[in-house]
Write a protein of this length. Structure first.
Length: 306
């Protein structure tokens, strides 16, 4: 039973490669994607490992680390904290105006609202616009993405600006509460755009970074024969989020449970406080592969929910 929860958001400072293994397509090393949507994601198991390593560097207390994240061998006890997979919230794509746009879609916004509700936080004034026409786009009234008064160009496509009856102000302001503050995210409204679910699904599959790499023969210092491969990257400026939950803690002596439910609740809150201290808003961590060439650096923000 989980009775404490919080939200962590990840703002990509550099491209991210959370690998999904090898592939038979033209991309040799694709990124992790949700099976049912094909949206990019980051597995909760990998994120938990990253936070455990961060705790080990900062706390130097194996007992506390094992209590929160579970023993490394996993046979003595389970972890008291659960990490969900990190889901995409804002995806950056090239824009004719203002360099790039952050796109999202009604499905993503509804999923965020439902995820937060499942963790105990109902968002007020978060009305989500409907957008079924793939040729339309909804932007902020003062957006810098407009080519003219009625069009926006993203990647190779031109969209017609739709006048929604629902203001984006409340959505943008709520998202800004959750994501790390930077000079770019502080001006989220100027780049924010809502596209249809179909267009979003196409762009997160099409508008990715694909890098061609080679493997060097250490004895000759030249490229190995037939060692060319391609790797897929989620672009920098992407924003993901996940939920963390703390379970009811049982502190036992033999078979006797010592602590009352009230004390367990206090312990759970303390666990979240320790994780919040570990995250230390705007903390930068590395996720995924290619750490030594600067990939996977993300800035964090911790938001209390319950």
């Amino acid at each position: 039973m989980f009775n404490e929860s919080s939200l962590i958001t990840y703002y990509a400072l550099t491209p991210i490669h959370t690998g999904a293994g090898s592939s038979v397509s033209y991309i040799d090393l694709p990124v992790q994607r949700e099976r049912h949507t094909s949206f990019p994601m980051m597995a909760g198991s990998g994120l938990k490992g990253v936070f455990r390593a961060l705790a080990k560097r900062n706390w130097d207390n194996d007992d506390k680390i094992n209590k929160i994240f579970g023993p490394e061998n996993g046979s003595e006890a389970s972890s008291c904290i659960a990490f969900t997979d990190a889901k995409i919230l804002l995806y950056p794509v090239r824009s004719v105006k203002n360099i790039f746009a952050w796109i999202t879609c009604p499905y993503i916004l509804n999923r965020l609202k439902e995820d937060l509700a499942s963790a105990g936080k109902n968002i007020d004034n978060f009305s989500i616009p409907e957008l079924a026409d793939d040729s339309k786009i909804i932007i902020y009234s003062d957006s810098k993405l407009k080519i003219d008064n009625s069009n926006v160009g993203l990647e190779e496509f031109v969209f017609n600006v739709m006048n929604s009856q629902i203001s984006l102000d409340n959505i943008i302001n709520k998202i800004k509460e959750f994501i790390p503050a930077t000079d770019t995210t502080n001006n989220l409204c100027k780049r924010f755009a809502v596209v249809s679910d179909n267009v979003f699904a196409d762009l997160v599959n099409y508008a990715v970074e694909v890098r061609t790499r080679i493997q060097i023969d250490q004895t000759t210092g030249t490229a190995q024969n037939k060692a060319l491969f391609t790797i897929e990257m989620v672009p920098s400026e992407s924003v993901f989020y996940n939920l963390i939950f703390v379970s009811d803690q049982k502190f036992k002596s033999g078979d006797q449970e010592k602590n009352s439910n009230d004390n367990k609740s206090k312990d759970n809150k303390k666990v979240l406080e320790m994780v919040e201290e570990l995250v230390n808003n705007n903390q930068v961590i590395q996720v995924g592969g290619d750490e030594t060439i600067g990939n996977g650096f993300v800035k964090l923000k911790f938001s209390k929910i319950k």
